[in-house]
Design a protein around this ligand. Structure first.
Ligand code: FEO
Length: 404
């Protein structure tokens, strides 16, 4: 795919990765893109590079527009591998370019490359760079989502090049949101935004709120948001900013995923009885078996809903491994404003449900106790207890949700 002009004299020169399904462990069923942007001006400026495997694609697009040796400025918004491993190749073609990067980015870059041969200019929030007819303003965004991260605002075009922020893992022939929703759907795009937020940005809600307030204080009037992954926000930039604010403020659906695993179907049968109880109390409910579901999809379902029930059989006195893995992953994402409960079957000792509650408490989640445990196989009475557990959870969840 060749370059695409996103604003006058500003071009997408990135690459579409249709095939990637495992993005450092994050399942990407829609693939992704690595976006970077070329500003053609008195001083030619490239904002970001791409993953090494795709750098030839990007270089081909750049060469279709300019001689790469004429690149004067190389802005590096983020040093994670998917954006910076192509930098060496670009700098070999543009040896006179000056790199613009945060201080933490500069330090990190030294760990990846021999930077002694490069001119590097460290920037901080509010610093500007004139390329002739464009003024670039840099905005540090530490921990969104790495310490080095920053965004670049192109004042004359009201364009925010937002690096990972507002991105989505979508491979598409469309470059813009309005094109994508015409060919696909709004719900597909919304789902991709939520998926990305849940798996990458969930821990950083307070930082996101502060950063968006800072954008307001700096008076950055944003018309277009061009992230480094997925679709460019041309028609819905305000909507995606509001969505980020809502998510950072803990927005969630009043629904209940039941996320579980099972050995001999006892915990699975408990999940079904609980689901019926939740449903009969009027809330939507999904049953998600971890061994049949990518981790990142389960995380997204957790984050989408106000409440979640976790089911695990006891294996060797502790949580079933897939459930333990899920809870460990979830703890790293520091979820907030969610209510949880646990259930599970056991043969002789038990322990999984207790461990699940220990994990919930470490995470500071709203806990619905006690959980339900069943010895070996749920009897009719046990299934009734599970059903009632589901109903009671739904009642409590409705009250909890009303606080938001
Ligand atoms: Fe898309 Fe944090 O890299």
């Amino acid at each position: 795919m060749m370059s695409v002009e996103i604003k006058e004299n500003i071009f997408w020169v990135g690459a579409v990765d249709w095939a990637v399904r495992d993005f450092h462990g994050y399942e990407t069923p829609r693939g992704t893109t690595y976006n970077n942007y070329l500003i053609i001006d008195d001083d030619i400026t490239l904002v970001d590079t791409v993953k090494f495997d795709f750098v030839d694609v990007s270089i081909k697009s750049i060469k279709g527009l300019v001689d790469p040796s004429k690149i004067k400025n190389m802005v590096v918004n983020h040093i994670e591998d998917d954006h910076v491993t192509g930098l060496d190749r670009i700098m070999a073609l543009a040896p006179d370019a000056t790199i613009y990067i945060t201080e933490k980015g500069r330090k990190g870059l030294e760990r990846f490359f021999d930077t002694s041969k490069w001119k590097i200019n460290v920037v901080k929030t509010g610093d500007t760079l004139s390329t002739g007819h464009h003024t670039l303003t840099f905005l540090e965004t530490p921990m969104l989502h790495w310490p080095d991260s920053m965004m670049t605002y192109v004042q004359e075009k009201k364009l925010l090049i937002s690096q990972d922020g507002f991105g989505q893992h979508i491979a598409s022939a469309s470059r813009f949101d309005d094109e994508f929703v015409t060919c696909q759907s709004v719900s597909e795009l919304d789902d991709a935004v939520l998926d990305y937020y849940a798996n990458i940005l969930m821990p950083f809600g307070p930082i996101i709120k502060n950063k968006l307030a800072e954008v307001g204080r700096l008076g950055l009037d944003i018309d277009m948001i061009a992230p480094d992954h997925g679709i460019i926000w041309r028609s819905h930039s305000k909507k995606v900013v509001q969505k980020y604010l809502d998510l950072a403020n803990g927005a969630a659906e009043l629904s209940v995923p039941i996320i579980y695993d099972t050995m001999w179907k006892s915990t699975a049968n408990m999940a079904l009885a609980i689901m019926q109880g939740v449903k009969d109390e009027g809330l939507d409910c999904k049953v998600i078996k971890l061994r049949a579901t990518p981790m990142s999809a389960a995380i997204k379902e957790f984050w989408k809903a106000r409440g979640c029930l976790i089911g695990s059989p006891t294996l060797n006195n502790i949580l079933y491994p897939t459930v333990a893995e899920f809870l460990t992953h979830l703890r790293g994402l520091r979820p907030k404003n969610r209510m949880v409960g646990a259930f599970g079957s056991y043969g002789w000792g038990g322990g999984a449900v207790r461990e699940a509650y220990d994990e919930f408490k470490k995470m500071g989640l709203e806990v619905f106790e006690p959980g339900v445990q069943v010895n070996y196989k749920p009897s009719h009475e046990d299934e009734l207890a599970c059903y009632n557990f589901g109903r009671e959870f739904a009642v409590r969840l409705r009250e909890y949700h009303a606080k938001f």
